[in-house]
Design a protein around this ligand. Sequence first.
Ligand SMILES: [Zn+2]
Length: 259
Amino acid sequence: MPELANRDQHEEELSAVLLGLMDQQRERLDTLLGTQPDLENVPGSYWDHLRTDLRGPLINKLIEIYLLGADQQASDLDHTLSPSDIAANALVWSSGHVDGLLDKFMARSQQMAQAAIAQYHADHDRVAMLASLLLILGDTRADGIAITETTAANTAGERRAASDYVAWANSEEARRAEVENERGGTSPLERRNVDRFGRRLGVTLKATWNTEKDSKVCPICKPLDGTTEATWGRVAPEGPPAHPRCRCALLYSVSDSQN
Ligand SMILES: [Zn+2]
C-alpha cells in the first residue's frame, strides 16, 4: 500500500498550523514595511523569527509522517524496525530536509516581497500590495508546502524502511531465521531467493512510481507512472515529490532479478 493513511488530514493539519503562523507574520511584515514600503525597513531579525516559527512545527509534523510511512512500509514487508534507529533517522532526515526547504522558502519570500514593493512604487496600490503579501505568506503557500512535504516525508520514511529490510534480508541473521522458519512452517521470505544449499541470493526491492493519489496527474509524473528507479531516478532522484503539490508514491515489490 503506497499511500499514507489519512493523508488529507495530515495535509490539513500541517497547512492550518503553517497558515496560522504565516497570517501573523504577514501582518508584522506589512507593519514593518511602513507607509513608504521598503525592504530595508524590515530587520534581519524579522526573517530569522519567521524561519524559526515555521521550522519547529514543520520538523515535528514531518517526523510524524516519516514514521507513519516507515511503519506502514515495514508492515507491508513483514519487517520489524528498531524503534530507536528509525526515530533517530526521522529526526535527522526531517531537520535536514526542513532546513533546506526553508533556505529556499526564505530566499523566495524576500524576492517576492521585493517585487511586491517595486510594484507598489509603480502603481501606489496598497490593496494590490497586500494581495501580493498574501501570496508570500498565506494559504496558497501553506497548502503547497503541506502537500509537497507530506509526500516527501512519506517517501523518505518508506525508503528508509525498504532499505532497512533489504539490509536485513541479505544478512546472516535473516538466513538463520529463514532456516528456522522452514523447519517450523512457512517462510516469510521469497523461497526463490534461497539457493539449494540454503544460501541467500541477493534480495532486492523494486520501487515503482505510482501516481494514483496525484489528483490531476501532471505532465511530469504521468510518464513516470509504473516506471522503476532507472527511469524516475533521472527526474526525481529521491523519489516523489517530483514537483510542488505532487502526491505520488513509490510501490515496493521484491525484485524478480537475482544478483
Ligand atoms: Zn506526482
